[in-house]
Design a protein around this ligand. Sequence first.
Ligand SMILES: *[C@@H]1O[C@H](CO)[C@@H](O)[C@H](O)[C@H]1NC(C)=O
Ligand SMILES: *[C@@H]1O[C@H](CO)[C@@H](O)[C@H](O)[C@H]1NC(C)=O
Ligand SMILES: *[C@@H]1O[C@H](CO)[C@@H](O)[C@H](O)[C@H]1NC(C)=O
Ligand SMILES: *[C@@H]1O[C@H](CO)[C@@H](O)[C@H](O)[C@H]1NC(C)=O
Ligand SMILES: *[C@@H]1O[C@H](CO)[C@@H](O)[C@H](O)[C@H]1NC(C)=O
Ligand SMILES: *[C@@H]1O[C@H](CO)[C@@H](O)[C@H](O)[C@H]1NC(C)=O
Ligand SMILES: *[C@@H]1O[C@H](CO)[C@@H](O)[C@H](O)[C@H]1NC(C)=O
Ligand SMILES: *[C@@H]1O[C@H](CO)[C@@H](O)[C@H](O)[C@H]1NC(C)=O
Length: 383
Amino acid sequence: MFSMMREALAAMPWLILAMSPLANAACECGYSVNASTSDQFTSYTDLMENDFLHTVVDNITEAGWRVQVYNVSSTVLPPQPYGKNFTLENVESNPLKDKYSWTGDSENGGDAGLRLWVRGDTSNGYVQSAEVASVREDILHGSFRIGMKLSGAGATCGAFFWFHSDAQEIDMEFLSKDFTDTQSLVNLVLQTPESVAAGYDASNTSEYKKQPLYFRPDEKVHEYRYDWAPGSVKFYVDGTFVYEMTENIPVDAGHMLMNHWSNGNALWSGGPPKQDTYLTVTYVKSYFNTTNTAKNNAYKSRCANWNATQVCEIPTQTVAPDPSGADGNTTANTYFFSLDGTDKVPGQDVYPSTNGGSSLFGSTSISIYVPVMVALFSWAFAI
Ligand SMILES: *[C@@H]1O[C@H](CO)[C@@H](O)[C@H](O)[C@H]1NC(C)=O
Ligand SMILES: *[C@@H]1O[C@H](CO)[C@@H](O)[C@H](O)[C@H]1NC(C)=O
Ligand SMILES: *[C@@H]1O[C@H](CO)[C@@H](O)[C@H](O)[C@H]1NC(C)=O
Ligand SMILES: *[C@@H]1O[C@H](CO)[C@@H](O)[C@H](O)[C@H]1NC(C)=O
Ligand SMILES: *[C@@H]1O[C@H](CO)[C@@H](O)[C@H](O)[C@H]1NC(C)=O
Ligand SMILES: *[C@@H]1O[C@H](CO)[C@@H](O)[C@H](O)[C@H]1NC(C)=O
Ligand SMILES: *[C@@H]1O[C@H](CO)[C@@H](O)[C@H](O)[C@H]1NC(C)=O
Ligand SMILES: *[C@@H]1O[C@H](CO)[C@@H](O)[C@H](O)[C@H]1NC(C)=O
């Protein structure tokens, strides 16, 4: 029935115009981590959300990301056991078959989501690896969240990070050799002028923390997050605060990245893996400020009179958003402003999700629009 209505809507674009005064554009003044009543309140103007369980694209640039294609020879200083070759083929979109579900079989088998592969064939001295970067490079301060299940091959590094330069970088890096049944960890790292001076080695700086995890990151999807504010980077795991850094905090705009690689270095990635292995990203959700003039002007015009009632609070993800297991359809069904109706993303760039069918509107919008449509249709039929 909804699909019939959507077709009807698509055929009558004037309906949208007719209805727009009824739409409550809730988030015109941005998004905030904390309630506006909190003394910690700050808002972000822009969002970027990717629902990779339901992203069907031939070219990931349609989803706001670029595959990075480059290689690093093993002889580049400091020399490593293997080179790295980042390729297009190693980034795979593998959505769920059932677009109405948040669990179930994936199109290509294995875990559903965006998969970053590291290959086991290293016979040419290079490890075939994967990296993607956000097209947007205007990202300055924000809350950055990824739903991710790491590889368990014991031989790779998987990372979710933000980059401006070698001296301004925020990293969450997972080494699969650190995952055991008794303890696991994530490396929280800022690359800073200090780490550059130490030969790009952050290990002896105050912006390096081996954060214990009380689960194996290769068993389920968990949410990893960092909130970057002026003078502070706070790290979170499944919504729980774990660590804060306050020195050498980045000050310039940059972009987000995710990668999965190995170079055989026993002190870091380990490996290389003997078989093909992947990590899986089920979503990325980022709420941030921008240095882009057009975006800032658009914000100023849609939020001409700043009002806290037009700032939307970002829900905190407090459980592992894992799609496997009996509760997968509930636990992996996490909140996206961009799936909650066009009124929640005014002026934002939104990326494709097939959730609920190739939907023009999210389910909430449908419930807002249906009564209006019924009224209009009955009026039409009465004529
Ligand atoms: C939200 O509030 C908490 C304290 O309740 C604080 O630690 C955190 O920095 C605040 N975050 C943001 C982005 O406002
Ligand atoms: C983000 O930008 C908004 C609008 O300019 C501003 O009110 C807010 O303080 C900024 N937040 C941070 C953390 O810089
Ligand atoms: C993907 O799309 C972008 C932007 O349209 C384009 O520049 C790029 O060449 C495309 N990549 C591939 C592999 O087709
Ligand atoms: C490695 O990358 C360089 C560009 O940096 C390219 O010219 C070269 O063809 C690549 N080599 C291989 C073997 O892929
Ligand atoms: C890197 O991968 C490309 C395929 O994308 C391949 O053509 C090239 O030979 C590879 N280079 C190395 C050094 O493995
Ligand atoms: C998951 O829940 C959605 C409603 O959110 C429902 O349409 C779908 O059929 C459910 N899928 C499974 C596998 O239970
Ligand atoms: C780190 O600092 C300690 C103590 O200053 C020193 O012994 C060690 O060699 C340093 N390690 C690195 C990798 O620089
Ligand atoms: C903010 O918006 C609310 C709800 O629309 C309204 O009642 C209130 O007067 C507004 N506040 C200001 C300062 O404009």
